[in-house]
Design a binder for this molecule. Structure first.
Ligand code: OGA
Ligand code: NI
Length: 372
């Protein structure tokens, strides 16, 4: 099922969405036009209707300040709020998360500046489907596939063996340093959340999930910076197609000026309204597997607009690549057998790198046909 070698070239010449947008076209090329059923308006119209009759729900906002309060009741309350958000939504915003607001702003701003550098400067970092590191404009190598209206920059932070700062932008000159500091701080936030989730899943060991993911030395972490250029026909396309994130947990720093992220809630797409200085946290596929579906990764997508470009930073906290990820033994009972087959994250990711993102089909392909 899994092909382990990835090709090093794209099936078609790469076109930068930003260049298309800047060229001033007023109709988007056919390869970005989604089938009618996948367009944002199809489901948005339902939402507008819904919105008029009742208040549209929003993802929970959780204040992490009390996670370390002296008062155990306050700590417990915060943990319970996180537990509910994980079970009900798989998505929440966090405030008082410990990451410097100035650093968040500076890092987002340096990436905005990177994307505004001349094309030939950025092209030096052009990526390939072998590792995806660098400046990219598509996911998946299927010829003739429908493409998303976005460019991105992808880099590895952990494990150290994969960290190669020479592949990070050398311009703007503060970029590498900011990425390093930002990633270090966001990684700490991931560590805190993994402890909370371990306890919330019923483990007595707060390091349970980190260890299931290969331990401190094995954890993977990467950053994908997304650029969603202005789009002359935003109703025909998407910035990112519906997908769940493949790894453990994702910490998203959204744009401070314009929204675009939508989260699936039942049949509806809920637009996230980012709070200043907050992060958006979402649970990803490997956590669904380890928790044996007590927690579920949630589908999300990005819509674009014709007025303003959007920048976001997605920090992915992932298991070690070469160990089997499987449902936690301690969560299994006769009545609740393992739902998923074990798979390494390297294999899992290869699948996505070849096929692109398709909703939750990837994690669902791990469902055992018959419980054992
Ligand atoms: C992602 C993602 C959402 C956004 O990069 O996986 O879902 O708002 N990004 O950019
Ligand atoms: Ni995502």
């Amino acid at each position: 099922m899994v092909i382990s070698t990835l090709q090093t070239t794209w099936p078609e010449p790469i076109v930068r969405v930003q260049s298309l947008s800047d060229s001033g076209i007023n109709a988007i090329p056919e390869c970005y036009v989604k089938p009618i059923k996948d367009r944002p308006s199809t489901t948005c119209s339902l939402l507008v209707h819904h919105h008029e009759s009742s208040h549209q729900p929003d993802i929970p906002v959780i204040n992490l300040a009390n996670l370390y309060a002296d008062d155990p009741t306050l700590r417990k309350n915060t943990m319970d709020l996180i537990s509910e958000a994980c079970r009900e939504w798989g998505f929440f915003q966090v405030i008082n998360h410990g990451v410097s607001h100035r650093l968040m702003e500076a890092t987002r701003s340096v990436w905005r500046d990177f994307f505004h550098l001349p094309l030939d400067v950025k092209q030096e970092y052009a990526n390939s489907p072998a590792t995806y590191e660098g400046y990219g404009s598509r996911l998946g190598v299927e010829k003739g596939a429908k493409l998303d209206w976005s460019d991105y920059f992808f880099l590895h932070f952990l494990p150290l063996s994969l960290r190669d700062e020479s592949k990070w932008p050398s311009l703007p000159s503060s970029c590498r340093e900011l990425v390093g500091e930002y990633s270090e701080q966001v990684l700490k936030l991931c560590g805190k959340l993994m402890k909370v989730l371990s306890l919330n899943l019923g483990s007595e060991d707060e390091d349970y999930l980190e260890n299931a993911f290969g331990g401190k030395q094995g954890i993977g972490a990467s950053l994908r910076v997304n650029l969603y250029p202005k789009c002359p026909q935003p109703d025909l396309t998407l910035g990112i197609s519906p997908h769940s994130d493949p790894g453990g947990i994702t910490i998203l720093l959204p744009d401070d000026r314009v929204s675009g992220l939508q989260v699936r809630k039942g049949d509806a797409w809920v637009t996230v309204k980012p709070i200043p200085n907050a992060f958006i946290v979402n649970l990803a596929d490997q956590l669904q597997v380890v928790s044996n579906a007590k927690y579920k990764s949630v589908e999300h997508r990005v819509v674009v607009n014709s007025r303003e470009e959007r920048v976001s930073l997605a920090f992915f906290y992932n298991p070690r690549g070469d160990i089997a990820i499987e449902p936690a033994k301690q969560l299994l009972t006769n009545n609740e057998p393992a739902l998923y087959q074990p798979m390494t994250f390297n294999e899992y990711r290869t699948f996505i790198r070849l096929n692109g993102l398709h909703g939750k089909s990837q994690v669902e392909s791990l469902i055992k046909s018959r419980p054992n």
